[in-house]
Design a protein around this ligand. Structure first.
Ligand SMILES: [Zn+2]
Length: 453
């Protein structure tokens, strides 16, 4: 009996182990096509180099090399007829292959290899496909290795490891949930801010690579589907609900109170702008209210972010959303819509004039007035001077209130505020939270699971 239990236990452990192996190996079988660099005119050749022989592979069966080109430096170009020509570095035609992305160039090491493409190093494979009047360079590689070149651009690599791991899982989830973003153009994602900035092998960092390896294949899911793991720099103390920013409501992108983002780098900000400049900026965006005289927040969302505000000008007044004002002023100046405005009045002191038969004496605001009576000399601050006349006592108005010609914006946070706050994640990590705790704090009700498509 004891033996059976032991056997079952061993079997159980073995199965659990196989399960893990499957899960992690599985993650490596997912590949992605990234458009790298600029688009090229048809007659331009691109240099491809490696430290070992360059081979031809079929995308559908990369374990099997089609041809060893026996060179480690070559030139490739795309012909609008739909083929890719491969030349030796002295321009001798070595090979012609299909220009539909189904044939790849890689090194002898295949998925583990590194190619230098137009001077920058990339892991995996390369191919060329047609664009509009141009051709595009596609880097074909595993999602995990793609993330190596993404993460250092998204998050500080010197941050505590659990926060980098949280960002690794959001970047991975984004990659999988946006696989169709450029599918009509023949690839998955581009390497710019439009998708995720990807810097290839040269952009990698040992800390972020470690964070990717330690979360291999892990994604954020909600009700079994990969979540849209949007994030921003700093929530300013409360994240925003998705429907308050983009109209579409996703339950896991609900605003949460976020004490971790308070009093961190850049969490509080302030700037002033003259009303004249605001008037000009509005005109430049096609909204002419005349000279801006006043500005007032009408409505805020539960997170405290500005929903609607009123701008009053000499010609008319407008209602504008906080998000639209952020677009008009620029997202680096108006760092978030979590702000208040001060268009208040300022007090101005004026000099006092004393007229006699012979001269006018000016008493400036910083000077005091001396009055000589029968008994003594008295000193009076010039803003407290009253005059006694036949009609009574009247105060001399040397202090007047005037409309300030500047507006002061006081705000918190940086970015749209939806999903994970990167500064908050960093602070949570410092406080001892793990990457999955960080993710579950910012994405309400989600699971962290291994990718399985
Ligand atoms: Zn893109």
């Amino acid at each position: 009996m004891k033996k059976i239990i032991t056997t079952l236990l061993v079997l159980g452990i073995a199965l659990a182990f196989i399960g893990n192996v499957f899960a992690t190996e599985h993650a490596d079988t997912y590949f992605i096509d990234i458009k790298i660099g600029k688009s090229y005119p048809y007659d331009e050749k691109i240099k491809v180099e490696a430290t070992e022989n360059i081979m031809v592979y079929n995308k559908s069966n990369k374990d099997l090399e089609v041809l060893d080109l026996n060179v480690n430096s070559l030139l490739i170009t795309y012909f609008p007829t739909g083929r890719v020509d491969v030349y030796s570095s002295d321009s001798i035609l070595l090979y012609s292959m299909a220009g539909d992305g189904s044939v790849l160039l890689g090194t002898k090491s295949g998925v583990e290899g590194v190619l230098t493409i137009a001077g920058n190093r990339y892991r995996g494979y390369v191919t060329l496909i047609n664009g509009k009047e141009v051709y595009n360079v596609i880097n074909h590689l595993s999602v995990e290795k793609y993330l190596y070149g993404v993460l250092p651009k998204e998050f500080p690599t010197s941050a505590p490891i659990e926060s980098i791991k949280a960002q690794a899982v959001t970047a991975r989830s984004f990659s999988y949930s946006n696989m169709n973003k450029h599918i009509g153009e023949g690839f998955n994602l581009c390497d710019t801010i439009h998708c995720q900035v990807y810097a290839g092998y040269d952009g990698e960092n040992v800390n972020s690579n470690r964070a990717i390896d330690e979360t291999k294949g892990m994604v954020v899911t909600y009700n079994g589907k990969i979540a849209e793991t949007v994030y921003h720099s700093n929530s300013g103390g409360h994240t925003a609900s998705s429907e308050n920013v983009w109209r579409s409501k996703l339950d896991y992108l609900a605003g949460v109170e976020d004490p971790f983002s308070l009093n961190t780098n850049g969490s509080n900000w302030s700037f002033t702008m003259t009303k004249a400049e605001l008037s000009q900026r509005l005109i430049a965006q096609g909204t002419d209210v005349g000279q801006v005289t006043h500005m007032e927040i009408l409505e805020t969302f539960p997170s405290g972010r500005v929903s609607n505000l009123k701008i009053v000008g000499s010609n008319n007044e407008i209602n504008i959303t906080g998000a639209n004002l952020r677009t008009i002023l620029g997202s680096t100046l108006l760092k978030s819509t979590l702000f208040s405005v001060d268009t208040g009045t300022v007090k101005v002191e004026r000099p006092l004039f004393i007229l006699s038969n012979t001269a006018t004496t000016i008493i400036n605001p910083e000077e005091n007035l001396s009055v000589m009576s029968n008994n003594s000399v008295q000193t009076i601050e010039n803003k407290n001077v009253s005059i006694l006349s036949a009609n009574g006592i009247s105060k001399v108005n040397t202090v007047i209130e005037t409309n300030s010609d500047v507006i002061t914006f006081n705000g918190k946070g940086f970015g749209h505020g939806v999903g994970m706050s990167q500064y908050g994640a960093l602070e949570m990590s410092k406080a001892g939270f793990t990457y999955d705790q960080i993710l579950k704090f910012y994405y309400t009700g989600v699971d962290i699971t291994t990718i399985n498509r």
